[in-house]
Write a protein that binds this ligand. Structure first.
Ligand SMILES: Cc1cc2nc3c(=O)[nH]c(=O)nc-3n(C[C@H](O)[C@H](O)[C@H](O)COP(=O)(O)O)c2cc1C
Length: 169
């Protein structure tokens, strides 16, 4: 089934449930060399007069290196039947396995950026701002203990949404 380019202002989505409950695959790299990981934190909104998508990636992720090196990334949202594939991509590192081979997902290239053919929706994003979260800047200090006592900090990547694609209903 082919992807159709959609006007973001006409999307019928709830970003809170789409990100937090459905999850997404964050993919960065080139069609020849990319990595993908599952995310359930992030945001969609408006900044600097543009629609933006924000993802939060711990510096220990293999995907982190790809995000640092590449200007664009995609966010792929899947039908429920792919939950197992997303759980796999969120439980294994691309350093240790081939996620495409293990999940059976099919890489697809949209506007030159890798994504997945099985997705029901793909956001193509161009990095415009990136910043490490810092422990000092937390107002609710207990969050530092809850989320960063054992794990690496997140880096925030703010991407301008340059295109949204959906499968035809
Ligand atoms: C449901 C779910 C949501 C996740 N959300 C995030 C996230 O928002 N940010 C993050 O850094 N890691 C998140 N992770 C963890 C990464 O997906 C996981 O560490 C993955 O193995 C990293 O793969 P990589 O090393 O190939 O980049 C999530 C994992 C799951 C299962």
């Amino acid at each position: 089934m082919a992807f159709i380019r959609r006007n973001i202002e006409e999307l019928q989505i709830n970003p809170v449930t789409m990100i937090g409950k459905e999850w997404f695959l964050l993919t960065s790299g080139t069609p020849e060399d990319f990595n993908t990981m599952t995310c359930s934190w992030g945001g969609i909104g408006v900044l600097w007069n543009a629609p933006v998508l924000t993802a939060y990636v711990r510096t220990t992720r293999h995907t982190f290196g790809y995000l640092e090196k590449n200007d664009r990334f995609t966010v792929s949202v899947f039908p429920e039947e792919y939950r197992k594939a997303l759980a796999f991509c969120g439980g294994h590192s691309g350093r240790d396995c081939d996620k495409v081979k293990e999940t059976g997902l099919t890489p697809a290239v949209l506007d030159g950026v890798p994504a997945f053919a099985e997705a029901k929706r793909v956001f193509v994003c161009e990095k415009v701002y990136a910043q490490m979260l810092s422990k000092e800047d937390f107002i609710r200090k207990e969050l530092v203990n809850d989320f960063y006592a054992k794990d690496a900090m997140h880096k925030m990547y703010l991407g301008k949404i340059t295109a949204v694609y959906e499968k035809q209903a």
